[in-house]
Design a protein around this ligand. Structure first.
Ligand code: GDG
Length: 508
């Protein structure tokens, strides 16, 4: 029997494809939208890899299959798994906790038990799919226990983990009843990637607080047999298929569509755009509040400025998300009722997803892009907007400093979304910004998004993984001077063969 195991296996909660059943009752699979898929698909296709993930619906009972050059290995989730592991522990415990408790996290032991069990199933599938000495790249907060499970079963594997969302400061992280198990799960990896330098720092600080392992800069020394192995915990800011997006935005039909959108909105002088999953981390309410006040103050006029808000449906069975939808739609209704005219609505609100071409046309039509996240791992929308505007070097990006993208897109109009007065001034300034300044800012951002595209991101990560595994000198990869909180002692947790803790050092 031929060995169909793969040398590169990606493990993520969702498969990169969505299942739809046609009128003839036959299921078909199409690429699914979303940050992670956008990011990894090109790498996987070129490597002929396997992708382990859930198909998005309960109890599908599917066998592995091939799709567009990628071997798809579906994991079955029952209704109970979805409630406890996915909607519960992943999206109602970890998601709010890791986004700085913007919404209160719920802690339930049955959810945790389900998280452990489902992580085990993903790990087992990856173990079966991986060829000897293969590389397994685990994605995101839903699967933080998988790296250790893989290492215990298959020490031959090279294991990477990438966290797409922020990693919170220890004062917040420490709420988690299972905080040590999660850290131990992650430390099964050779490389743990984060979006921002600050996230990686928060992680290594959590390691020092919870385990008697030494750290040196980005390196964590994890006991392994009689010795220790080095784990690299470092920022690898994710990006987009920049060239693909630039090409899309240059297509004549997409440009024509952008002009049509402006026309259909009643030719306002300025179009502002928000594109988000309908999620409380994205700061949609803050954005609406600022815009509503600008209209109330007479600093924006309904005939002149239109806000297009795309709010893609998300996690609709989680109560916090239902409440958010109600609040957002109430606010949109109020603003449109208060300031709308027969010919103009201040807000064009769209609670559904769009094809990529339409997204690109929206980016091209938007004079001002509003990214007002209260906390966001990266925010690919910000980078897509920049790539779409590479051709005309026009448009203004208003970007929250709480989004990972703010570390790279320094010439955006950076805002604190909690500061409504400051946000109003920033929006007002963006609407009035002179052409030359718009060009200057966009040009600098274009340079950055071209240099760090998704291919660069994945190659840098996979290269770091190879180097750690080979035991290379890691100083070039971020083994900066040791850091430890003043007077901070590691938790007295015995671990046989644990390396000594980092001596003295800077602040935490
Ligand atoms: C997580 C982290 C991190 C959205 N609506 C439609 C659509 N999209 C696409 C966007 C963009 C992606 O989905 C959203 O990515 P974001 O990065 O903005 O946000 P999350 O979904 O929260 O992603 C985030 C990301 O992972 C990657 O690491 O940046 O911080 O939270 O690509 O364009 N695409 C289409 N139609 C839509 O209606 N075609």
């Amino acid at each position: 029997m031929p060995d169909d195991r793969s040398h590169l296996v990606v493990v993520s909660n969702r498969l990169p494809v969505d299942r739809t059943v046609g009128p003839d009752g036959e299921p078909t699979w199409s690429p699914s939208p979303g940050g992670l898929v956008t990011a990894l698909e090109p790498v996987m296709r070129s490597a002929g890899g396997a992708w382990v993930g859930w198909g998005g619906q309960p109890d599908l009972g599917l066998e592995p299959f091939e799709h567009d050059g990628i071997r798809i290995i579906p994991i079955d989730l029952s209704e109970t798994d979805i409630e406890r592991y996915y909607e519960g522990f992943s999206n109602d415990t970890l998601w709010p906790l890791y986004h700085d408790v913007i919404a209160p996290p719920s802690y339930h032991r049955v959810w945790w038990d389900s998280y452990v069990g489902v992580n085990r199933r993903f790990a087992d599938a990856a173990i079966a799919a991986a060829a000897p000495d293969a590389t397994v790249w685990v994605q995101d907060y839903q699967l933080q226990l998988v790296p250790r499970m893989l290492r215990e079963a298959r020490p031959d594997l090279t294991i990477g983990f990438f966290n797409h969302i922020p990693f919170p400061a220890y004062g917040i992280y420490s709420q988690l009843p299972w905080r040590t198990q999660i850290i131990e799960g992650l430390l099964g990896a050779d490389v743990i990637g984060f979006q921002r330098v600050a996230d990686a720092g928060n992680f290594t600080r959590a390691v020092r607080r919870l385990l008697p392992y030494s750290t040196k800069g980005a390196i964590v020394n994890v006991p392994d047999g009689d010795g220790a192995r080095q784990v690299l915990a470092k920022a690898f800011p994710i990006s987009i298929d920049t060239a693909g997006f630039e090409e899309l935005a240059q297509r004549p039909e997409v440009q024509a569509r952008a002009a049509q959108i402006r026309h259909d909105l009643g030719n306002p002088a300025k179009i502002m755009l928000g594109v988000d999953r309908l999620d409380y981390t994205k700061g949609i309410r803050h954005r609406l509040k600022a815009f509503g006040e600008l209209l109330a103050d007479g600093r924006a006029d309904v005939g002149d400025v239109t806000l297009v808000q795309v709010a893609s449906p998300s996690r609709e069975r989680v109560e916090t998300y239902r409440q958010l939808r109600d609040e957002v739609e109430l606010t949109v209704g109020r603003i449109n009722g208060d300031y709308g005219t027969i010919s103009h609505q201040p807000i064009s609100y769209l609670h559904h997803g769009f094809p990529r071409e339409e997204m690109a046309a929206l980016y091209l039509a938007a004079d001002v892009m509003l990214v007002t996240a209260l906390r966001d791992g990266m925010n690919l929308v910000a980078k897509e907007y920049v790539a779409a505007r590479s051709g005309d070097l026009d448009g203004v990006l208003v970007l929250s400093e709480f989004a990972g993208a703010a570390d790279e897109l320094r010439t955006a109009v950076l805002i604190n979304p909690h500061d409504i007065a400051g946000l109003k001034d920033a929006i007002s300034g963006a609407l009035d910004m002179p052409r030359e300044e718009r060009r200057r800012r966009m040009r600098a951002m274009r340079k950055r998004v071209r240099e760090n595209d998704v291919e660069h991101w994945s190659q840098t990560f996979l290269d770091a993984l190879r180097r750690v595994r080979r035991g290379d000198d890691l100083s070039a990869l971020g083994a900066a001077p040791a850091r430890r909180s003043a007077g901070q002692a590691p938790a007295p947790r015995a671990a046989a063969g644990a390396a000594s803790t980092t001596p003295g050092g800077a602040r935490g």
